[in-house]
Design a protein around this ligand. Sequence first.
Ligand SMILES: *Cc1c(COP(=O)(O)O)cnc(C)c1O
Length: 384
Amino acid sequence: MNAASTKTTDTKPAPPQLDVPLLDLCAQYAPLKQEVLAVFEQILDSQVMVNGPAVTQFEEEAAAYCGTQFAVGCSSGTDALILALMAMDLNPGDEVVTSPFTFFATCGSIQRRGLKPVFVDIDPETFNLDTTQIESVVNEKTRAIMPVHLFGQMADMDDVLDLAEKHELKVVEDAAQAIGAAQHDALAGSLGHCGCFSFFPSKNLGGAGDAGLVTTNDEEVARRLKMLRNHGAHERYFHDEVGGNFRIDTLQAAYLSVKLKHLESWHEGRRSNAAFYDAQLAEVKQVTTPVIAEGNRSIYNQYVIRAEQRDELQRYLGSAGVGSAVYYPLCLHEQKCFDYLGHKRGDFPVAEAAAQEVLALPIFPELREEQLTHVVDTIKRFYA
Ligand SMILES: *Cc1c(COP(=O)(O)O)cnc(C)c1O
């Protein structure tokens, strides 16, 4: 045994090896390569690198895909959140209710707008906002709810929309991990005042770098978003308000148009991989497989299990060639930069427990059956 081995793995023989990365984008790119290169060549030859017809085309396609009237491309998922919050006309100090168990950008964008993030705990099954707790934190300063559709499954939007109507709150959906996810017949990003999407390469629809999108059904909000992403200009060099440079690159829009056509089939591939894991891991009592709430259609941006001895399992998977990741190891209320909110460990026990137990397994659509089997076998061997 080498010195780097951990206590647990010391007692186990080295597991059989097969390379199963957490995510491999090369397999997805290969069949698209010629089409992408042709589209890129056309744009590069034209030297229209900002705005232009490729951006308009992608926005139309994205709006149609998301079931919304409008879609406004932008520079990242983080900037989509910033833009949406800007367009909601919130004032400094206004409170925005959100989840402590999400990617940093959810809360970072609230903070960067001078707004106050207010957390409520999560549902232990879906890892999404426990919407039954929202009302307990609503007060006269509360102006918005930012539900996060984590790992590809939508938060309970019936509850969110009811509360928003009752208390006159804006709803900005952080749908960064959920393009194409649905609840009953509604798609992620189509129910709130705005829906915010990310095309970071690891999302189900990944760009060739950073890009994002805001959806809305409100024409006035769409108009504001388009101005705000372009320094607030309604016409070049004429500014009614201060926005920023939040534009999407033309090359990104063109790349995303090529990929969008395949998105449904990629979702299907992830779903069938998830079904395989669900069935194979059902007998492993130390593991809880993802729970998809009634009426939800997940796009499985991540397949996240809860696992006993999570850290040891992760090391053991690594020693067998299997990639995995912890989303997220530290809740947002415990991050140093949010110390000023005055939270302490124990404030959101369900989220804190999740941070200790969750583990994301490889779920990308191109996984081969032998790879899926290897992941399951390795988990079973670990607990045997
Ligand atoms: C990825 C992500 C973001 C930010 O998107 P970027 O494109 O990386 O800026 C925001 N919220 C959630 C939940 C995300 O997963």
